[in-house]
Design a protein around this ligand. Structure first.
Ligand SMILES: Nc1ncnc2c1ncn2[C@@H]1O[C@H](COP(=O)(O)OP(=O)(O)O)[C@@H](O)[C@H]1O
Ligand SMILES: [Mg+2]
Length: 266
């Protein structure tokens, strides 16, 4: 199939001083091309580990990931990453950051300049190309990170809590931008988040993970990301259907957190 097939992936970390961490246990998941998937779960349930395996930064202890019918054996330019903090090059301008990938790949300068301008327009930074990134707010830096990722034209965008460091209002606006990019580019997106509301709003598919060992607890198919094309985010988030799902998932996560705290108590 085209898209991503995660098949029986387990990951056991060996701790240097002794002992093992079962970060993922037998995780299987199919993600269709062009789908937007959110991953939610308490800290330590293996979200980042799973994303790093899909990215090819880590090899699973067992199982495999296929991308468009090819087994993932390492990182590749068809998979782009966006981190919680932009991981931008502080000493470069906004445009230079976005142009970095195409320049490294030796793409023609003219073509890259046009592409960068276009992407900066899309993320609402049309007038900021010449600014050094350290002058930008956190929200703007994440816009640059999104544009920089898109500049490499990946098939798949992997995001690890990309909006986690932003204030509430900026975060809501950025959720709208992620949906817009998804619609306009047709990319496959996997987005990790701590926020139940964000996971519901952005995931056509929402994966709830549970810890110890890290595993998939439940998968939801949701209408809200597609509703974002025609309805306002506030209306969607206030709808009875949304609120009901939010409470259901909050209780589930709450119980997991309680269990973790219980285990942590001597
Ligand atoms: N390189 C590593 N070595 C040992 N343990 C690790 C390593 N990376 C992650 N872990 C452990 O694996 C578990 C899952 O981590 P992680 O994927 O970062 O969780 P999440 O992103 O959901 O918070 C945690 O218990 C974490 O401490
Ligand atoms: Mg993480």
């Amino acid at each position: 199939m085209t898209g991503i097939a995660i098949d029986g992936v387990s990951m056991v970390f060996t701790i240097p001083g002794g002992g093992e961490v079962h970060a993922l246990n037998n995780v299987s998941l199919d993600i269709k091309e062009g789908e937007i998937v959110s991953v939610l779960g308490p800290s330590g349930c293996g979200k980042t580990t799973l994303l790093n395996i899909v990215a090819g930064f880590l090899s699973p202890t067992s199982g495999e990931v296929q991308l468009n019918n090819h087994i993932v054996k390492g990182p590749g330019s068809e998979r782009g990453m966006v981190f919680q903090q932009g991981a931008l090059f502080e000493w470069l301008t906004v445009s230079e950051n976005v142009a970095f990938g195409p320049n490294m790949a030796g793409k023609p300068k003219d073509q890259t300049r046009q592409k960068v301008e276009h992407l900066l327009q899309i993320v609402g930074l049309g007038d900021f190309g010449e600014k050094p990134v350290y002058q930008l707010s956190g929200g703007m830096q994440q816009r640059v990170a999104l544009a920089r990722c898109l500049a490499n034209d990946p098939d798949v965008i992997l995001m690890d809590e990309p909006l986690g460091a932003l204030d509430a209002l900026t975060r809501e606006k950025m959720q709208g931008l992620v949906l817009k990019l998804w619609e306009e580019t047709g990319k496959t997106i996997i987005l990790i988040t701590h926020s139940v509301e964000e996971a519901l709003f952005l995931g056509e598919k929402l994966i709830v993970m549970a810890p110890r060992p890290g595993r998939i607890e439940k998968i939801y198919d949701l209408p809200f990301a597609r509703q974002g094309r025609t309805k306002s985010p506030r209306d969607i988030k206030a709808s009875a259907e949304f609120v009901e799902k939010r409470e259901e998932i909050l209780s589930m996560i709450w119980e997991m957190e309680e269990e973790i705290m219980g285990q942590a108590t001597p």
